[in-house]
Design a protein around this ligand. Structure first.
Ligand SMILES: [Zn+2]
Ligand SMILES: [Zn+2]
Length: 288
């Protein structure tokens, strides 16, 4: 099965609108994975999901059925959710998949985000049918895709996802908010790096956290993010064909991201792999 991957939000941590981020985009993480016949899986619900929701409603032909897979519940990955337009029409169905955080259920986290103290519309007042599906690392099916989930090195419980069409076809992986280097205290096993390389083996497309330059990383060890160099090394080890640098640092304007991409391509060329390196750009669509 062929499918497309479209970037609606590429920025880490906080939205960064303005002329200096116009090309790569200022919205926080949201990626739409779409198969034929409107099979849609949405990765993360940062502010990018607002414009995606508008498009889904505009081109609606019958009800919207959306599956949203959350990497984790930090603000930048859920803050667009209350503004997802398909929520506000009866007949639509939205299912949100993600991990609990400690003893707090995913549903409780989503409820807190729309508590009357901080948001005018409570979760129960949405017109669409909402299902919250809590997941653990392992394998499950979301729409037309088989999904594998793996725990990442990031504060809280954060999951990376590998998606493969159930009908067969190229695999992709979404691995953001992940610290590849040493530092931080994470509840992951000693075999984690080896497990991650196996988890990503031969994916056609890897979307990976590449927030920092190597210099910036020195000030941010333990924050749960990676450099472009580390992302290239991982992609090379796992036999990834195409790497997309993701979760851009809010302080990086377009010129800085250009520079980082050039350096990442140089690193990939020196290794002879991955064959292609891109920087996530709002509006960019890739076909697999
Ligand atoms: Zn983030
Ligand atoms: Zn995070």
């Amino acid at each position: 099965m062929a499918y497309t991957v479209t970037f609606w939000g590429t920025r880490g941590s906080i939205p960064t609108p303005g002329a200096h981020t116009a090309r790569y985009g200022g919205n926080t993480p949201c990626v739409a994975v779409e198969g034929p016949g409107g099979q849609l899986v949405i990765l993360d619900a940062g502010t990018g999901i607002r414009a995606l929701g508008l498009q889904l409603v505009e081109r609606q032909n019958g009800a919207v059925n959306a599956e949203i897979l959350l990497s984790h519940a930090h603000w930048d990955h859920i803050q667009g959710l209350p503004h997802f337009k398909p929520f506000f029409s009866p007949g639509n169905a939205v299912r949100i998949w993600g991990s609990r955080q400690g003893t707090t259920s995913l549903e409780a986290i989503l409820r807190q985000q729309m508590d009357p103290a901080v948001f005018p519309i409570p979760l129960d007042a949405l017109s669409a049918k909402l299902t919250v599906q809590q997941v653990d690392p392992g394998e499950f099916t979301v729409g037309a895709f088989r999904v594998r989930a793996m725990r990442l090195r990031h504060p809280g419980t954060t999951l990376g996802y590998r998606l493969t069409p159930a009908a067969g076809g190229a695999s992709m992986a979404y691995v953001t908010d992940n610290e590849l280097g040493p530092g931080g205290h994470y509840d992951t096993p000693a075999t984690w790096r080896k497990d991650l390389v196996a988890f990503l083996a031969n994916v056609e497309l890897l979307i990976h956290d590449a927030m920092y330059t190597p210099q910036e990383l020195e000030q941010h060890r333990g924050w749960g993010h990676s450099t472009f160099e580390e992302a290239v090394t991982l992609a090379a080890e796992a036999g990834v064909r195409r790497l997309v640098l993701f979760h851009h640092e809010p302080e990086h304007g377009d010129a800085e991201v250009d520079g980082l991409l050039t350096a990442a391509r140089r690193a990939a060329k020196a290794r002879g792999t991955p064959a292609e390196v891109l920087a996530a750009r709002e509006g960019m669509t890739l076909t697999l």
